[in-house]
Design a protein around this ligand. Structure first.
Ligand code: GAR
Length: 188
């Protein structure tokens, strides 16, 4: 059985989908730890309800990204993490974590990359008048939303309501993330 770490900053619906897929045997893996950079984020309560270890930190308590990432690397090493899944982790991964885990970190993003990188992808796409939206899962490297693409799924939407795009997209995200993790774990 493989060990996953999920990193999240907010609501945590992708985290919950991954944790439940592990619990229900859909993934032959366990979420060994959920890492959160936002004390008070709803995802923390969700992890506790699911009995998953949480590591919550506040970046402002550290002098640098290198310092808190060094702690995260120790935490991941101690748990034998095979794959790190960023799930709404709204922070750029720095070189300390990349040096230790590059090639084992994936991210989910709510656009068809390389279009609409960044934290407001759906809002930016709606403002642009996009008619085909999508979800991307990619390897994480030093470039924001820039690593090689692993999986994508598109969906048409002709309206102009970002909330609706988020709703449609999140359902796809949960399915695509599980399918993709499953494939990657089989290859390892
Ligand atoms: C997801 O829609 C994910 O694609 C997005 O954050 C949301 C987290 O939702 N990530 C990014 O925008 C990364 N650039 P969740 O907390 O409900 O899983």
């Amino acid at each position: 059985m493989k060990n996953l770490a999920v990193f999240a900053s907010g609501t945590g619906t992708n985290f919950v989908a991954i944790a439940k897929a592990c619990r229900d045997g859909i993934l032959d893996a366990r979420v060994a730890v959920m890492v959160c950079d936002k004390p008070g984020a709803p995802v923390i309560g969700r992890a506790r309800e699911l009995g998953i270890e949480t590591y919550v930190f506040s970046p402002r308590d550290y002098a640098s990204k290198a310092e808190y990432e060094a702690e995260i690397v120790k935490l991941l090493d101690a748990r034998g993490i095979d794959l790190v899944c960023l799930a709404g982790y709204m922070r750029i991964v720095g070189e300390t974590l990349l040096n230790a885990y590059e090639g084992r970190i994936i991210n989910i993003h709510p656009s068809l990359l390389p279009s609409f990188k960044g934290a407001h992808a759906v809002e930016d796409a709606v403002a642009y008048g996009v008619k085909v939206y999508g979800i991307t899962i990619h390897w994480v490297n030093a470039d924001l939303d820039g690593g090689r693409i692993i999986a994508q799924r598109a969906f048409p939407y002709e309206g102009s309501d970002p909330a609706e795009v988020h709703r449609i997209g999140q359902k796809i995200e949960h399915e695509l993330y599980i399918e993709t993790i499953k494939k990657l774990l089989c290859e390892r």
